[in-house]
Write a protein that binds this ligand. Sequence first.
Ligand code: ZN
Length: 307
Amino acid sequence: MKTFKSILDFQKEFSSEEKCREYLEAQRWNGTPACPFCGSLNVCRFSNGRIFKCREKQCRSKFSVTVGTIYENTKIPLQKWFLATYILSVHSKGISSLQLANWLGVTQKTAWHLNHRIRVMLTDNAPELLDGIVEVDETYIGGSESNKHESKRKVKGGVGNKTMVFGAVQRQGKVKTKVIPQTNIENISEAIEGFITPDSTMVSDDHHAYNKVGQKYNHKKVNHRNKEYVRKEDILVHTNTIEGYWNILKKQIDGIHHSVSPKHLQRYCNESAFRHNNRELLQDERFAAALTNCNGSLKYKELTAKI
Ligand SMILES: [Zn+2]
């Protein structure tokens, strides 16, 4: 792994396309290139250094290190991709597509696409369940009230055009978030069971949607309706950790991106969770962690498709 402590170091380390490619090869393949089409390790490298060929009879595909990754099929040099990936994984709040466009010297549309593709890399692909004392809560995020016509503002059961996000945070541990259509027993139960081990202590507020799934856990409730915020038992019963996280997430999303459509919100949530969950890593370690997740794709067509 390369080491760097600042953006200046970073740019020195990745000062050419070759350096970027070498690093990507190391992160992705760990010294053993694999065919992205059939998975075979029986591959050879062409003398130009950039292109590989699969030796399997049925395959014979040619590929470079970016094939099958988020960086595939793009005219943007890897150096710019890397810089954007660095900023998103390291900068504490992320970056708007307008700002990124200025930094990289690309159009805002390109920067927007880049931003979203990098967010795919910031998704936790091997998630372990939360354990111990886990606080759960839900909140509304996104939307911009002032731009919406009066009739659209009043969504039944919701708050304007904002979108519901459910979250769980392990005390002194990781956070997980999920965009859900509404707070009902089914959605909440499914999210909790997908996030938390059964022998955890789950702390929630007094929302009734937590009661049913709460029977499967050691469930503690803090009674916000009675203005109770912390109660001392064998543990401190409160949801201050997840509420603190909501503040961070809202500052990042509402403060930087202003208006985020519900369709893209999960990706913004993943970006923020990645930074939070890797907060103890150094810059170079965070960047490496993002790059090991580079397999995948997100086409512009998929991004802009109406759902
Ligand atoms: Zn192959």
